[in-house]
Ligand binder design. Structure first.
Ligand code: SF4
Length: 289
């Protein structure tokens, strides 16, 4: 078993796509998260700081324990063992928001939705509609790229049973708030993957200055909400789209299918003014124009 980096990959030690450096400042409390998220000078620095955060003791303990104990299938792999930062286009037209990384997915590979079944479904769909260069996302540094899109999570550390506590969600929110704010100039569509992400992204969207309807409309697959962008920014409207999460439970039971995912991401692509030709262009594009 490889254990050189356990319980986590040291920042700036050569892991592909690691945004952090050895001197990236580390948040140890929720107040630190607020301060360091607000004080980062670029989106890249926001992500670097996300990736070394230690503000939630229960999640730090869990993510590092998983990285040491490992699943048998990955026993010979190094695990990332750190928060999983936002990833993708730095000037995206589409921002995709999920709940949290998976213990043996993003927590292992260091890239969001990478190395787990949900990610297999997500990236395959993004590729079919031209928003990802490859159909698979296996590990950081595998050549995968998002094309006009970016993926982030409402909680950056893998939680036990996929259930972060309300306090952990609140602690992590400033990271998402800042990431949403940094992408305001280019984003035309925000896609929430699942009801938790819909709920979790809402305060970050408001904090970034978007005008939102009240009360918050209910989540649903294909639900659309028009957001008013902050004053002085380029787009005249931004759309929040709901999409069922491609969790194993949802895909096994047929609650979400490939066609359903493709329909939402085709809609997102069209609303964002992107074309399949700008992306991987594997075509045909289901339901596309
Ligand atoms: S969940 Fe968020 S705030 Fe908590 S330790 Fe992880 S990155 Fe930091």
């Amino acid at each position: 078993m490889t254990t050189a980096n356990a319980p986590f990959v040291p920042p700036g030690s050569g892991w592909p796509e690691d945004p952090a450096a050895p001197d990236t400042p580390v948040a140890h409390t929720p107040l630190d998260v607020q301060r360091l998220a607000a004080g980062a000078s670029t989106l890249h620095e926001v992500c670097a700081r996300q990736s070394v955060c230690r503000a939630c003791p229960r999640l730090v303990e869990w993510r590092e324990r998983v990285a040491v104990e490992r699943r048998r299938a990955f026993a010979d792999e190094e695990y990332w063992g750190r928060p999983v930062p936002g990833w993708g286009d730095e000037e995206p037209g589409i921002l995709i928001v999920g709940l949290a990384p998976a213990a043996h997915g993003g927590n292992r590979t260091g890239r969001i939705f990478t190395g787990d079944r949900s990610g297999d479904w997500l990236f395959a769909s993004l590729h079919r509609v031209g928003l990802a260069a490859r159909a698979t996302s296996v590990h950081a540094g595998d050549g995968q790229r998002l094309l006009g899109a970016r993926v982030a999570a409402t909680v950056r550390c893998a939680p036990p049973d996929n259930k972060p506590t309300p306090a952990e969600r609140a602690a992590c929110l400033p990271w998402l708030e800042r990431e949403v704010a940094e992408t305001v100039p280019t984003v035309r569509v925000i896609v929430a993957l699942g009801g938790y992400a819909w709920q979790g992204a809402w305060p970050a969207i408001k904090k970034a200055g978007y005008g939102v309807p009240r009360p918050r409309p209910p989540f649903g697959h294909g639900a659309e909400v028009t957001l008013t962008p902050p004053a002085g920014t380029a787009p005249d409207r931004v759309t929040l789209l709901g999409c069922y999460h491609p969790s194993q439970q949802n895909t096994f039971t047929g609650r979400v299918t490939e066609d359903m995912l493709d329909a939402v991401f085709t809609r997102a692509r069209d609303l964002a003014g992107l074309t399949a030709d700008e992306g991987a262009g594997p075509g045909p594009v289901p339901g596309g124009s």
